[in-house]
Design a protein around this ligand. Structure first.
Ligand SMILES: [Zn+2]
Length: 146
């Protein structure tokens, strides 16, 4: 789809960035791109379908199975590679009509007043080198590109 910003990102075009962590089984995993301050919320990841589908309901059964495996491996890797006490996964889909699932980290020491769905806002702000290093370490724990 020509005007889809996630499809454009997969082609290396458009406004979205983010460090590619892995690509396998019809999905890509990206770390969130840096904000205007040049830093990103450490451990905020996106799982995106390679093909353009708008929402989770359009996944095939095979894709749904692959997504479940990938999400679980990613959450496990994130908890092993960072000081994360919990990971959250959610499909929202209210702004960009290309399937993407957020996998977010709640880092150890996050104040209890921070609601679970704002955990990424309380996460350490990481520079590009730190994000690249985490992406590399996570990639080593995920299946190779297929
Ligand atoms: Zn798309």
């Amino acid at each position: 789809m020509v005007d889809c910003i996630i499809c454009a990102k997969h082609r290396g075009e458009g406004p979205l960035g983010g460090e590619l962590v892995a690509a396998a089984d019809g999905f890509r995993v990206y770390h969130a791109s840096p904000a205007e301050d040049g830093r990103a919320s450490l451990g905020h990841l996106f799982i995106e379908t390679e093909r353009h589908v708008a929402y989770v309901t359009e996944l095939t059964d095979d894709e749904a199975g692959a997504l479940g495996r990938l999400r679980t491996r990613l959450a496990r890797a994130l908890m092993d590679e960072t000081s994360v006490e919990r990971t959250f996964a959610m499909v929202i889909g209210t702004s960009v009509a290309h399937f993407h699932e957020h996998v977010m980290a709640r880092h150890t020491g996050t104040p209890k007043e921070v609601p679970w769905y704002r955990s990424h806002e309380a996460a350490p702000r990481a520079d590009v080198a730190t994000v690249r290093d985490l992406a590399r370490r996570l990639s080593l724990r995920l299946p190779p590109r297929s």
